[in-house]
Design a protein around this ligand. Sequence first.
Ligand code: ACM
Length: 535
Amino acid sequence: MLLPKPAVLETAEGRFTLDGTTPLAAVPAFDRAAAWLRGALGPATGCRLEAGPGGIEIVQAEGLPAEGYRLTVRPGLVRIEAADPAGAFYGAQTLRQLLPPSVFRAGRVGDGPWTIPAVTVEDAPRFGWRGCMIDVSRHFLPKPDLLRYVDLLAAHKLNVLHLHLTDDPGWRLEIKRYPKLTEVGGWRRETSVGWRGLGRFNGRPYGGFYTQDDIREIVAYAADRFVTVVPEIELPGHSRAAIAAYPELGHGDQPLEVATSWHITQNVLNVEDDTIAFYKGIFEEVLDLFPSAHIHIGGDEARKEEWRESPVAQRRIRDLGLGDEYGLQSWFIRQFADFLTARGRKLYGWDEILEGGAPPGAVIASWRGNYGAVAAARAGHDVVACPNTEVYLDYRQSERADEPTPVGSVVSLRDVYDFEPVPAELAGTPDAARVIGGQANLWTEYMDSPRVLDYMAFPRVSALAEALWSGPERDYDDFLVRLAEHERRLDALGVEYRRQDGPRPWQTRPDAPGNPRDRADVEAGIAEITRNIRG
Ligand code: ACM
């Protein structure tokens, strides 16, 4: 009853019994998997898994694929074999799923004996990038809750946590050289309630940010669980919180305030040398905090009105022969691509960075349907597929009128389960290999607490895990059977997932009506946007 479904699962006779005397031995290369397993099984079972031979063994084996493992359980023997530390960790995660769901609790509830069915599992992921983005700008996720999400992602064998750290409604990362980014940009006066068109605001200040030590802790905690934290610092659009803190980054003569609602503001960064230098200063600190090979620079939904009016922007376009504001955006992004490349990192950006031409080597997060994925892969860019039609987890989960604060079209559990990261246009061509994986995006306009995040994320993230880990052949009915057991694990972990029969009364938001769209609206939007992609 494993989730995500492993490549091969064979059952055998008998069971292994875990008890207070069961030892655990791991080769030094796999000590993180061993430490995690002790921490994961100990509290619920009371078993300390002291070091020693003859119980659970985690050993190195050549010839297994990257992140893959072989798990053998027999009476008196548990062996996890892997070629790399991540594989050993995923073997340990699978072992936990073979125990009763109450092993997922943080303390003993009197269950046991703790037995594991005899099996042989051979397993490896289909994709190397198995991610989830959390927007911590619109609503901040406090550090303990974020650590819990790292555990939840790892429990689903997901390995990328993309943190959307900055946006118009809040700057959430301490930058030592520019303290006003969080002193001013880290909070807003109030927040709109429900769809902005209703004009309702709550009159309540809102804010929060991660200190640099918080980030170091989160990154290290995630690394121990084989999750890479990929930071996103938005430019040139979605930058209003930064401009509110340092008005010289923007265009107006009037001071701006941090955005209090969710429309795409007109405000973009200006293209002065000082602004580029300012942001390079930010990235100096970001690179110091985040070892991730990929650094996300946003790039989406940058409005062009201010650049059209700006003499500096127009002079750049003329002097550099950039053609128009799309060319200027491409030039602006390239300044950061060169900066990151020189430091051994890769620029990662939303598919708008294809407009006007993306820098060589840039990795594209393709969100507006599949168009960007196809164009980017054909142009030689690596692609992370995150189409809004399939994996935007802010979109409502059903047609029901009581889905909380609906935005977007319906993205059902089934839609996420059927998510195919490789677009049909690329399937069977060499460009298909450009799709390095996928991620779901949790935009938090209407997810104002971890409880709401749980409702929107789960069980759709469980379906995502299978779409990214398991093979392309899928069986939804089989998934539902396994999900029913998996939900017992989520219950034990205290995850407030959406029940298949809809929201509980306290999960509805009659006080905060949304602005639902149907699939045709979303597709019309994609059609309009695709006309702008060049290069
Ligand atoms: C996005 O959804 N604006 C990337």
